[in-house]
Ligand binder design. Structure first.
Ligand code: PMP
Length: 362
C-alpha cells in the first residue's frame, strides 16, 4: 500500500528524503565512517550541523539580529516552566490568554513556579473577540498560537489594551508554517516534532534584552541565558534531533520557504473545512469559523456512534491517526507542512464515500 498518510498531531509525517538522509547518517555520517549517533558534539561535523540549523531558522523566519535562537532539550512542556522562570521578575506576574488545552497547561505551570494571572479564558472553541485588559504588573502576555488539541489558531496577536507589553507564544504546532512579525514578541518557542523534526527538542527564539532575568535559584538547565552563552551546548545535546531539524530546515527552504508553507496550509485546510461544511450536517465542526486552525482540523460526526467505524475504515485505506484527542473525542486531521495535498484529497474522497454509505444525500 506504500506509506500511509499520517494525520497524527505529532510526532507526524517527515519527508521521505529526510528519512533517507537520517537512515544513511545512522550508519555512516557523510562518509566519515561513524554513525551520527556516535558523533561528538564538540567537533566540526556537529558544529556545522548546528551552524546550518541556526542560520536557516534565522533566514526562513527572518529572525531579527536582536533575537537569540536557542535549542533546549525537554520538548515542549519544559518551556511551560522555562518561560515564567526566565521572564517573571520580582513582584510581577505572567499573563495568560487561555484558549485551550495547551495554554491552560502553560498557565497552570506558571502558577507552580511563579505568579500567574489568567487574562482571558474561553470555551476552547473560540478566540478572544474583545480587547483584553492587561494589569500593570503583567510581565508578558502568553498565548498558544495554535491549539493542537482543540483546533483553534490565531491569525494575529491577541488585542490588548497595553501597547508596550510584550508577547510570548507557543508555536509548537504551527512553527515554520507562516512568517512571524517579531515586533511585539519577547519570545516564541516550539517543540519541533510537528513541522520541524522529531520529539524531545524545543526551539526558543528570544529577544536578547529579555535574557538574564532568571533568579539565582533557577537551575542552569532551565535558564535560557545559559543556553545563549553556550550556543545551546551546555550539556550533551540530542545530536540526531538537531540533525533532523536541520534537514527539515533545508526541506522547507527547498519547498519555497514559510510563505509557501502558509499557502499550502491554507489550501489543505480549506479543502477539508469546505468538505465538512458542504455535506449537510453529517460532519460537524464546532470551532468558530474565524478561529479554525490550518494545522489541526477538529471535527466530528453528527452520529458519534459511527466514529469507531470511520477511524477503522480510514485506517484500512491508509489514512491513519484520525481519532480526536482523548479529552475532546471526535476526529482530528492534523495537516502539518509535510502532509501533501494528495493526502487531504484522499481523505475528503473517503469522507464523501463514507457519508454516502451512511445515508448522507449531499
Ligand atoms: N504545546 C503544544 C501546542 C503542543 O501541541 C504540545 C504537544 N502536542 C506541547 C506544547 C507539548 O510538547 P511536548 O510533548 O514536546 O512536551
Amino acid at each position: 500500500m506504500g506509506r500511509p498518510f499520517n494525520f497524527a498531531a505529532g510526532p507526524s509525517m517527515l519527508p521521505e528524503s529526510v528519512l533517507k538522509s537520517v537512515s544513511e547518517a545512522v550508519i555512516d555520517y557523510e562518509g566519515h565512517g561513524y554513525s551520527i549517533l556516535e558523533m561528538m558534539h564538540r567537533k566540526p561535523p556537529f558544529e556545522a550541523i548546528l551552524l546550518e540549523l541556526k542560520s536557516r531558522v534565522k533566514m526562513l523566519l527572518a529572525v531579527p539580529d536582536d533575537f537569540e535562537i536557542l535549542f533546549c532539550p525537554g520538548g515542549g512542556k519544559m518551556q511551560f516552566a522555562m518561560v515564567p522562570l526566565n521572564l517573571v521578575t520580582q513582584g510581577c506576574r505572567g499573563g495568560y490568554v487561555v484558549t485551550g488545552t495547551w495554554s491552560r497547561m502553560a498557565s497552570e505551570e506558571c502558577r507552580r513556579v511563579s505568579r500567574e494571572t489568567t487574562l482571558w479564558a474561553g470555551n476552547n472553541r473560540e478566540l478572544p473577540r474583545n480587547v483584553i485588559r492587561v494589569p500593570r504588573d503583567v510581565e508578558y502576555v502568553y498565548f498558544c498560537d495554535n491549539e493542537t488539541v482543540d483546533g483553534t489558531e490565531f491569525t494575529s496577536l491577541p488585542a490588548v489594551d497595553d501597547n508596550d507589553v510584550l508577547f510570548v507564544s507557543d508555536m509548537s504546532s504551527n512553527f515554520m508554517s507562516r512568517p512571524i512579525d517579531w515586533t511585539r514578541y519577547a519570545a516564541i518557542w516550539a517543540g519541533v516534532q510537528k513541522n520541524f523534526g522529531t520529539a524531545g527538542l524545543a526551539c526558543v527564539i528570544v529577544r536578547r534584552d529579555q535574557l538574564g532575568c532568571a533568579s539565582e535559584t533557577v537551575p542552569q538547565m532551565l535558564d535560557w541565558s545559559v543556553y545563549a552563552r553556550n550556543n545551546s551546548l551546555q550539556n550533551t545535546p540530542p545530536v540526531l534531533q538537531f540533525y533532523t531539524a536541520m534537514l527539515m530546515a533545508r526541506w522547507v527552504d527547498e519547498q519555497g520557504g514559510v510563505e509557501e508553507m502558509d499557502r499550502r496550509a491554507k489550501a489543505r485546510s480549506k479543502l477539508l473545512y469546505d468538505t465538512i461544511d458542504g455535506m449537510g450536517d453529517f460532519y460537524v465542526s464546532r470551532i468558530a469559523p474565524e478561529a479554525r486552525s490550518r494545522m489541526n482540523v477538529v471535527f466530528t460526526l453528527a452520529d458519534e456512534s459511527l466514529l469507531p467505524v470511520f477511524v477503522r475504515e480510514a485506517e484500512a485505506t491508509g489514512l491513519t491517526n484520525l481519532a480526536g484527542h482523548r479529552s475532546v473525542g471526535g476526529l482530528r486531521a492534523s495537516l502539518y507542512n509535510v502532509m501533501p495535498m494528495e493526502g487531504v484529497e484522499r481523505l475528503v474522497d473517503f469522507m464523501r464515500d463514507f457519508a454516502g454509505r451512511h445515508g448522507c444525500q449531499n
